[in-house]
Design a protein around this ligand. Structure first.
Ligand code: FES
Ligand SMILES: [Fe+2]
Length: 404
């Protein structure tokens, strides 16, 4: 995208920025609803079901996408103090992320360098990490500091037996890792490019976790992910939930290749058609962000305040299995007297809807794709532009990996 922002816009506070985007979405939504239109691509696109069912595709994807791409491992606020830890095991590679004494984050394979036992099994706050097998001890920089009966390891230098580093970066309150050994730097701003300010303005440094869940999905991770990328299904699949509160088949789509942001207009916005903008009430910032490849960052407004729903989708053991790590955060600036219950209720409500509706339809579709004729192709309409772009871009990564 071209940078069309004025210098003044660039110095807006995050809250002012969110506000100006909400106004932009409101204007565009009113136009789309009035015209019976949606943001769309030039035309339909077909796709080979192999991307959802083929084991070789899944193997290449695991390498190109789930090993070599920066993945969201968690949030800085999850590990605020020195010695705090989080485990990120969703790709199958056990990763340990720790907050070091100087405030930085370090990430390691969660593997003791004696005989590879899992080093941290419970995330308590501590300056030392002691392996439960033979009690080798490591500090927060991964240095081996304790080695019982060290006379039995003559010639083995402690300095050579530090924990094995994994690339990690903390940026705008988010912690990204590449789940493989290495100490190369993750250039997250290059990866996010012009999506970076759109993510930074969400102020993840200022929220706190309310509830987290893991959901098993009987479908490919992309089949489930696709359900977040269009409003075409709202009324038919979700008549009593999002279909009753939001317009079907209307969306404002902002592309930040390969990432995107979507605003799905609420039904009350239709009442602004034909009224002067000065009469429109303030519309709070609501948006669904795709942080490529596998993260949905959803910002809602509930009566108690803003809510952040995070869904991270990961492939399962086979192409027809996946799981979602879901989490709901509330701003820590919200009135502390307001208890967490409204956010917990939101978490449970969304979980119910996605499980019984989105992931359920995904499981049926996945099963059918496995039995479709060889020449069958799924088709994404021009109103499914976000899904089209996602699959086109994913395929480019897969092609590049195969060409290597
Ligand atoms: S495997 Fe960790 S101390 Fe032996
Ligand atoms: Fe849905």
């Amino acid at each position: 995208m071209m940078d069309t922002k004025s210098p003044l816009e660039k110095i807006l506070s995050p809250a002012e920025r969110r506000r100006s985007i909400a106004v932009d979405h409101q204007r565009r939504s009113v136009r789309l609803i009035r015209d019976g239109e949606t943001d769309r691509s030039d035309g339909p696109m077909t796709n080979d079901p192999a991307v959802y069912v083929d084991a070789d595709w899944a193997r290449v994807e695991r390498k190109a996408i789930f090993t070599e791409m920066p993945l969201l491992a968690g949030f800085g606020v999850d590990i605020p103090e020195a010695g705090d830890k989080l485990l990120f095991e969703a790709t199958g590679v056990p990763i340990l992320v720790v907050r070091a004494g100087d405030g930085r984050v370090n990430a390691f394979l969660n593997m003791c360098t004696h005989r590879a036992a899992k080093l941290v099994t419970e995330c308590t706050r501590s300056k030392k990490m002691t392996c439960r097998f033979h009690a080798w001890t490591f500090d927060l920089e991964g240095m081996l500091t304790g080695m019982p009966a060290k006379e039995s390891f003559a010639g083995i230098a402690k300095a050579d037996r530090g924990l094995i580093r994994v690339p990690v970066v903390e940026w705008a309150g988010m912690i990204f890792v590449k789940p493989r050994p290495g100490d190369d730097e993750i250039d997250i701003e290059a990866f996010l490019a012009d999506f970076a300010p759109e993510v930074a303005q969400l102020e993840f440094e200022r929220m706190r976790l309310v509830k987290a869940t893991r959901l098993e999905i009987d479908a490919n991770w992309k089949y489930a992910l696709d359900t977040y990328g269009e409003a075409y299904h709202f009324n038919s699949l979700h008549p009593s939930s999002i279909g009753s509160t939001h317009y079907t088949d209307r969306m404002c789509y902002d592309d930040f290749n390969p990432h995107h942001r979507i605003a799905y207009p609420y039904k009350h916005v239709g009442a602004y058609i034909g009224r002067s903008e000065s009469e429109w009430p303030d519309e709070p910032f609501n948006a669904v962000h795709l942080l490529f490849p596998n993260v949905i960052l959803n910002v809602w407004q509930i009566d108690a305040g803003p809510a952040y729903s995070i869904y991270r989708l990961f492939p399962g053991e086979t192409p027809d299995k996946a799981f979602a790590l879901t989490a709901t955060y509330r701003p820590d600036t919200a009135d502390p007297d307001v208890d967490d219950q409204p956010w917990i209720d939101l978490h449970d409500y969304i979980e119910e809807v996605v499980t019984t509706e989105d992931y359920s339809v995904s499981a049926d579709g996945q099963r059918n794709l496995a039995h479709a004729p060889a020449d069958f192709r799924v088709v994404y309409g021009s109103n499914e532009i976000a899904i089209q772009n996602f699959h086109r871009r994913l395929a480019a990564y897969i092609d590049a990996e195969r060409a290597r």
